[in-house]
Design a protein around this ligand. Sequence first.
Ligand SMILES: Cc1ncc(COP(=O)(O)O)c(C=O)c1O
Length: 471
Amino acid sequence: MDHLGRDLLVAVRRGADAPTLRDQLAAQLRDDVAAGRLRAGEALPSTRALAAELGVARGTVVEVYGRLAAEGLLEARRGSATRVAAGAGPPVPAAAPAPVRWDLRAESADLAAFPRRAWATAVARVLQEAPDAALGYGDPQGAPVLRAALAGYLGRARGVVADPGRLVVTTGMTQALRVAAEALLEQGVRRVGVEDPGFPVHRAVLARAGLEPVPIPVDGGGLRVDALDGLDAVVVTPAHQMPTGVRLAEDRRAALRDWGGWVLEDDYDGEVAHERPASRALQGLAPERTAYLGSASKALAPALRLGWLVAPPELAPAAATARQLADGGGEALGQLALAGLVVRGELDAHLRRMRRRYRRRRDALLAALAEHAPDLEPGGGQAGMHLHATLPGRPDLEALLAAAWAGGLALTGYRHGGRSHLLLGYANLPEPSAVPAARALSQARDYGICSGPLSTKRSRNARRTSQTSSE
Ligand SMILES: Cc1ncc(COP(=O)(O)O)c(C=O)c1O
């Protein structure tokens, strides 16, 4: 009968026709390494433990480990476990790109400012205070205590009319949009407007859900609301358009309020908007027709994977069902920790700090760009965490981005309307880094004009142009 180990899935067979135990074991380990089941660096059980599990003499395992070490597949070090050798097995993915020295990506909150202590305390409190029942299957719509806390917070700080019964906690805006899309499908909606240029995730999520995304132009006043004829719904980023950074003009907000279709408002960075007066969420103007989509990715950090959807009454039941069937409801401990942060006012305090910080970082980046790239004329800085710049002339965008990344400047851009554009995120760019980052950008632009030396890297870096939808 086969004898199968638990810590290491190898088996030995005994019998007159069976190969020796040594050969069986060695062959299986070679196979496991070659197939990638045993990865470089993985620790193997001790010879004593494996021998006991397989019911073989310890000397057998010692000899097999020794044989494979001689073949270069295993590494044995005195005093530590025998491991699969570095370089054994299938090739590892290509080398990592140059390290990032200055980060101009418009992706996330300032990760260095995540309130680690407050979060750790909040999680510890949850573990100490929550009843055992909190560890069971919870409400798939989200922990009631978080829904109540968010409803209060969103009403007070963003002007959202938020009934906790219509609030669905999600794993981010991305899931909130998916859930809303499924609810729209149930209402017979098919064609949904998306901003052009816009956030590619909007298009991708809608299309994946079976809806047809229809590009709607964006200009200096934001979404062209006059171009929505014939559509059933639209996704919009009114507080700080992604990517151009413009704020939706007042007359267009009023026009959207009066438009009769469904509005999906992505308020991804509304909480950190540092302009005065602060914008209010559109949802408060037409709560019956607007779904509000929010995210902790900009307010706290993307790693939390927390977001929320405030659904209009007609969409709420289908949204709750869609959330439940997506994954049975989210992880609850993080939800309870976030509820604590909101209720104790710690989220407010964090956001106050971050708004001041982001304003200072924006000002530093604007000043550095004015000095080192005076022709760039960045805009969209009234709110949020990124600026936007249309590059003068017809530079080679791929070459520019490749040069930026090779020089340690993390940067994204896109092409639209026959022009090249850059997103200039400042959330992760401390003030002293603004000047060196602007200098690095200026140097990268030189490559974008005479692109020869870096042209071979273009295809590898093409993904860096895809931050936003492009033509
Ligand atoms: C327009 C927009 N919405 C939402 C998000 C955040 O999405 P999620 O909450 O799924 O992390 C981002 C992140 O970059 C964004 O740019």
